[in-house]
Design a protein around this ligand. Structure first.
Ligand code: HEC
Ligand code: HEC
Ligand code: HEC
Ligand code: HEC
Ligand code: HEC
Length: 223
C-alpha cells in the first residue's frame, strides 16, 4: 500500500519533541494545509511525515475527504454515544487520511482491535492543538492533554461488543481482506462512532459466512 503523508501546521518549538514521540521523520517544506476553522493566525510552520505503510484496513470509500482545508462540517444530529473527548474520525481518518491501523494496530494481528493509548494521540498533540485566534488550544485537545498529564486513562465508551459466549477473531477477518468498513460502516465519515451494524447478532455473522462459504461450525465461534 502507498505510504500516506500527513501535513499539519504546528508550533515550531515543539516540533522535534513531537516527532521524537511519534517516531516519525520530519520533512520541512511549505504547508499545504489551507484555512482551517479554529486555526491560529500565524501558525505557518508546517511539519509532515509519512505514516507507516500498512496492509489491510483500507478505505472502501474516500468520498467526502478533504485533505487540509476546513474541517468537515457537523451534521445537525451527531449519532453515537457522547465520548469523554470529542475525538473525530471524520477529521483524523477522513480529512487527514490516517490509516485505521495506525491507531487500531492490533486489528490485523490479534482477536481484539485496540483503542489507541494516549501516547499515540500525544505524538501529534504535544505539537498540534488547533488553537483559536487567541492562541488557546482547542478545548477537546486540552482535555486530552489533561488526561495525559494526570496519567489517567480516557474512559472511552465501548460501542461494539458481542456476548461473552461467542468469540470474534479480528485478525482472521482483516487478513482475509475484509475492509473495516464492511462491518463498521464508513467510520472515516463519522464525527462520532455509531454502530453501523448490530454486531451482536449471530445471524449477521452466519449470513456472511454462508455467502462466502466460511465455516458455520458452532465451535468456531462458541468455545
Ligand atoms: C487517531 C487514531 C484513530 C484512527 C486513525 C482511527 N481510529 Fe477508530 N477509534 C479511535 C479512538 C480513540 C476510539 C474510541 C473513541 C471513539 O469511539 O470515537 C475509536 C473507536 C473506533 C471504533 C469503535 C470501537 C468500539 O468501542 O466498538 C471503531 C469501530 C473504529 N474506531 C474504527 C476505525 C476505523 C475503521 C478507522 C479507519 C477508517 C479508524 N477507526 C481510525 C482512534 C482512531
Ligand atoms: C498523526 C497525527 C495525529 C494523531 C495521532 C492524533 N491526532 Fe488529533 N488531530 C490531528 C490534526 C492534524 C488535527 C487538526 C488540527 C488542526 O487543524 O490544527 C487534530 C484534531 C484533533 C481534535 C480537535 C478536532 C476534533 O477532532 O474534534 C481532537 C479533540 C483530537 N485531535 C484528538 C485526538 C485524540 C484523542 C487522538 C488519539 C486517539 C488523536 N487526536 C490523535 C492529528 C492527530
Ligand atoms: C467481519 C466484521 C469486522 C471487521 C472486518 C472488522 N471488525 Fe472491528 N469489530 C467487529 C466485531 C464483531 C466487534 C466486537 C468484538 C467483540 O465484542 O469481541 C468489533 C469491535 C471492534 C473494536 C472495539 C474493540 C474490540 O476489538 O472489541 C474496534 C476498535 C474495531 N472493531 C476496529 C476495527 C478496525 C480498525 C477494523 C479494520 C482494520 C475492523 N474493526 C474490522 C467486527 C469487525
Ligand atoms: C462480512 C463477512 C463476515 C462477517 C459479518 C463475519 N465474518 Fe467471520 N469470517 C469471514 C471470513 C471471510 C472469514 C475467513 C477468514 C479466513 O479465511 O481466514 C471468517 C472467519 C471467521 C472465523 C474463523 C473460522 C475458522 O476457519 O476457524 C471465526 C471464528 C469467525 N469468522 C467468527 C465470526 C463472528 C463471531 C462474527 C460475528 C460477530 C463474524 N465472524 C462475522 C467473514 C465474516
Ligand atoms: C460465525 C459465528 C457463529 C457461529 C458459527 C455460531 N454462532 Fe451462535 N452466536 C454467535 C454470536 C456472535 C452470538 C451472540 C449474539 C446473539 O446472541 O445472537 C451467538 C449466540 C448464540 C446463542 C444464544 C442466542 C440467544 O438468543 O441468546 C446460541 C444458543 C447459539 N449462538 C448457538 C449456536 C449453535 C448451536 C451454533 C451451531 C449450529 C452456532 N451458535 C454457531 C456466533 C456464532
Amino acid at each position: 500500500m502507498k505510504r500516506s503523508t500527513i501535513v499539519i501546521a504546528g508550533g515550531a518549538c515543539l516540533l522535534v519533541l513531537g516527532a521524537a514521540f511519534a517516531g516519525v521523520s520530519l520533512a520541512g517544506g511549505q504547508g499545504t494545509a489551507g484555512a482551517r476553522s479554529g486555526a491560529a493566525a500565524g501558525t505557518d510552520s508546517t511539519w509532515s511525515f509519512p505514516l507507516p505503510a500498512l496492509r489491510g484496513g483500507g478505505y472502501s470509500s474516500l468520498t467526502g475527504v478533504r485533505p487540509g482545508g476546513a474541517w468537515p462540517t457537523l451534521p445537525r444530529r451527531v449519532l453515537g454515544p457522547v465520548q469523554p473527548i470529542f475525538y473525530r474520525h471524520d477529521i483524523h481518518a477522513g480529512q487527514y487520511r490516517m490509516p485505521c491501523l495506525y491507531c487500531h494496530n492490533n486489528a490485523g494481528n490479534s482477536w481484539t482491535a485496540n483503542i489507541p493509548t494516549e501516547s499515540t494521540c500525544m505524538g501529534c498533540h504535544l505539537v498540534t492543538s488547533a488553537p483559536d485566534t487567541a492562541g488557546n488550544p482547542n478545548p477537546e485537545i486540552q482535555k486530552l492533554r489533561d488526561f495525559y498529564s494526570k496519567g489517567e486513562n480516557i474512559p472511552w465508551v465501548r460501542i461494539n461488543k458481542i456476548a461473552e459466549h461467542a468469540h470474534f477473531p479480528h485478525m482472521r477477518h482483516v487478513n482475509a481482506g475484509l475492509t473495516c468498513q464492511s462491518c463498521h460502516g464508513n467510520i472515516q465519515q463519522m464525527p462520532r462512532v455509531f454502530p453501523a451494524n448490530d454486531v451482536n447478532r449471530m445471524g449477521w455473522c452466519t449470513d456472511c459466512h454462508m455467502r462466502r462459504g466460511i465455516t458455520r461450525d458452532c465451535t468456531a465461534c462458541h468455545f
